[in-house]
Design a binder for this molecule. Structure first.
Ligand code: F6R
Length: 270
């Protein structure tokens, strides 16, 4: 895992957007896995800025969102489709038919979940999956106890997630109890994962994700099994990590390597 600790939320947004933008430039027809929630909003704003000011082209990009509430129509202000539309898609030149969010209205859950997995496969798999993490360590809606091999399916939200998401719905009893979510196994098949976290409320989940044992009780910890994960944190979210200095050292070396400044690392002649 590459752990990048930035000063604050703003720096996290800019850094994370750079990883996405680099991929879009390198592979214009890439497949992005996207998340909703408060965490990626800054990164989405930065991608919109890069599109407007630097011409970052999303016309060949395909997207798949992690999850959607069950029973919430697409045009409901709290549906994840609506969230993506308002906060990202409508500001980019992405082709609407290439943007995918699980279908929360289909009552044939099994078929629609299978179809979602199939569409990801047909698109060639996800190149970069953006993830946030819940305070209980969930990724997507893979709540504690979810199988680490799980696929796209229907999940019941935990009380903690319902309480956390009540801020968007006005009250707890308005929050849907079920969601369709990519599974941990689905997420682990992405070529690269980009996990973002900001704020002190995420410090415990982040410590468990990065430094704790791999357990279905913290589904984000399954990312330790993935060969290419970048975690971008602000100082608060990283504040419970015990190996912060080492991560900073690795990051410094990585930056110098990427810049070709090998002599700074004691390699070759100055
Ligand atoms: C959203 C999602 C969730 C959130 C997580 C953190 O699509 O899959 O796992 O990433 O609940 O939410 P925020 O960013 O609002 O703290």
């Amino acid at each position: 895992m590459r752990v990048v600790i930035e000063k604050g939320e703003n720096e996290v947004a800019i850094r994370a957007a750079r990883f996405v933008a680099d991929l879009v430039r390198r592979k214009p027809a890439c497949v992005l896995g996207l998340a909703t929630g408060g965490t990626p909003l800054g990164m989405y704003r930065e991608l919109i800025r890069l599109h407007r000011e630097e011409g970052l082209d999303f016309s060949r990009v395909t997207t798949f969102n992690l999850d959607e509430y069950v029973g919430v129509p697409e045009d409901h202000p709290q549906s994840y489709r609506y969230f993506m539309q308002e906060n990202l898609f409508k500001h980019l030149n992405v082709v609407p038919a290439k943007t995918h969010v699980p279908d929360g209205r289909s009552l044939d859950f099994e078929a629609s979940c299978r179809r979602y997995e199939q569409m990801i496969q047909e698109a060639g798999g996800i190149d970069l999956q953006v993830l946030g993490v819940g305070r209980d360590g969930h990724i997507a809606f893979n709540e504690p106890g979810s199988s680490l091999g799980s696929r796209t399916r229907v999940k019941s939200l935990t009380g903690e997630t319902i309480r956390d998401n009540a801020r968007f719905f006005g009250s707890e009893d308005q929050v849907p109890r079920l969601a369709i979510t990519m599974g941990v196994g689905t997420i682990l098949e992405s070529q690269r994962c980009l996990l973002l976290a900001t704020g002190a409320a995420k410090a415990s989940a982040i410590r468990s994700t990065i430094e704790g044992p791999i357990t279905a009780q913290i589904t984000a910890s399954a990312l330790q099994l993935h060969r290419d994960v970048i975690v971008v944190l602000d100082e608060e979210a990283g504040s419970w990590l015990t190996r912060r200095e080492y991560y900073a050292e690795v990051e410094r070396a990585q930056t110098l390597l990427e810049a070709g400044q090998l002599h700074e690392l004691g390699i070759g002649n100055p």
